[in-house]
Design a protein around this ligand. Sequence first.
Ligand code: MN3
Length: 202
Amino acid sequence: MPFELAPLPYASNALEPHIDAKTMEIHHGKHHAAYTSNLNAAIQGTAMENESIETILSKISTASAAVRNNGGGFYNHNLFWNCMAPGKGGQPSGKLAQAIQAAFGSFDTFKEEFSNAAKTRFGSGWAWLIVHDGKLVVCSSPNQDNPLMDDAPVKGTPILGLDVWEHAYYLNYQNRRPDYVSAFWNVINWDFVAEQYEKALN
Ligand code: MN3
């Protein structure tokens, strides 16, 4: 099997009270696991079997719906788990902080723009902070699409992603997506996001 489900980088209850253990267990152990095995099934026997997930996403317009949905789901959740960690939150520092200031005017303005992208994405999807031509941009995408896909309306390299599918929050927050979006800021691992920013610039 070309793609494997990596273990969560922390215990399933590590993000409580912001994200509850049961949600994390089902989200990683069932949803992410299903995207991974369905992706493997969808690429079996095709040329994509030996390609990286980034390569697959870069030509997703030529792939089946199964590869799009499950390939996106595989990649998006890998990024998502690592964008969070216990005892984090706060604000970024260094070059990323300066880039946020340059792109949005202030961290608070960025926070508002990203939160609005997450809250106003209709139905299932993701909010993103991406690097596009060396600049930071906030956007969102439907379903399991992401800005690495060649047919994405806003393209770039994701460095921070927030899952706003109901399966990401409904057990704890029910219909209160804005509360879940607010809670996300308490668990963002800015050290990881800063590493992704540096990589995206190179
Ligand atoms: Mn999800």
